[in-house]
Write a protein that binds this ligand. Structure first.
Ligand code: ADP
Ligand code: MG
Length: 194
């Protein structure tokens, strides 16, 4: 399962790196896809070692890789997400609560919340739906939440420097979050036990 998650997440990032970078070129500095690809390449290279670890340790290790290799705001934020999940997993809570803790870590690290046109606009509603047991709705919620970042005005991250001019472009981090959520669901729904 851990190996498959890494493979699937790597594949979706590699397959969309250009699109993500293009979105970041519109409202940021044009490196989001490049940043994520660099980190997920390292995760893929370390896949076998990470897959051997118990779940909380695997989350922690993957989080450290993202923090140190992705760079940019998104590396610290996605890394914090996994490190927050890892801490909760260590305490033995269920996956929905782990995800909730991951989202809380992103909020804290980014000093941000929904409505600021960031990855949190996707992560928060998906986490809430998961906590409510609405697993079947997660793809649609992620899609709609990502689309909804288009008309928003950015108030956090580099896009906030553009003010009103950030309106009309979907957020790169919300877009990568949506892609990664689909990738994780693909693996879970396939029930791949590797
Ligand atoms: P950078 O902005 O440093 O170049 P990236 O381009 O890799 O980093 O990532 C940009 C994405 O990070 C944004 O699209 C946004 O979703 C997310 N982001 C940036 N700042 C914050 C923040 N304070 N809180 C939450 N997400 C943020
Ligand atoms: Mg950028």
């Amino acid at each position: 399962m851990i190996a498959s998650l890494i493979e699937r997440c790597h594949a979706t990032i590699a397959g969309h790196a250009e699109v993500l970078t293009e979105l970041d070129r519109a409202i940021g500095d044009g490196d989001h896809g490049i940043n994520l690809e660099r980190g997920f390449d390292v995760l893929l290279a370390e896949k076998d070692a990470i897959a051997e670890l118990p779940w909380p340790k695997a989350l922690q290790e993957a989080g450290k890789v993202l923090v140190s290799k992705v760079g940019g705001a998104s590396g610290a934020l996605y890394g914090s997400f996994l490190l927050g999940m890892a801490k909760a997993a260590e305490e033995g809570v269920d996956v929905a609560s782990q995800v909730e803790a991951g989202v809380a870590a992103v909020r804290k690290r980014g000093k941000s919340d929904v409505g600021a046109k960031t990855m949190l606009d996707v992560l928060v509603p998906v986490s809430e739906a998961l906590a409510e047991g609405r697993a079947g709705d997660l793809r649609r919620i992620a899609d709609e939440a990502r689309e909804a970042t288009g008309p928003m005005k950015a108030t956090r991250g580099r896009a906030s420097f553009l003010g009103e001019r950030s309106i009309g472009h979907c957020d790169p981090g919300a877009t990568s979050a949506r892609l990664l959520i689909h990738a994780v669901l693909d693996v879970i729904e396939q029930g791949d036990a590797r």
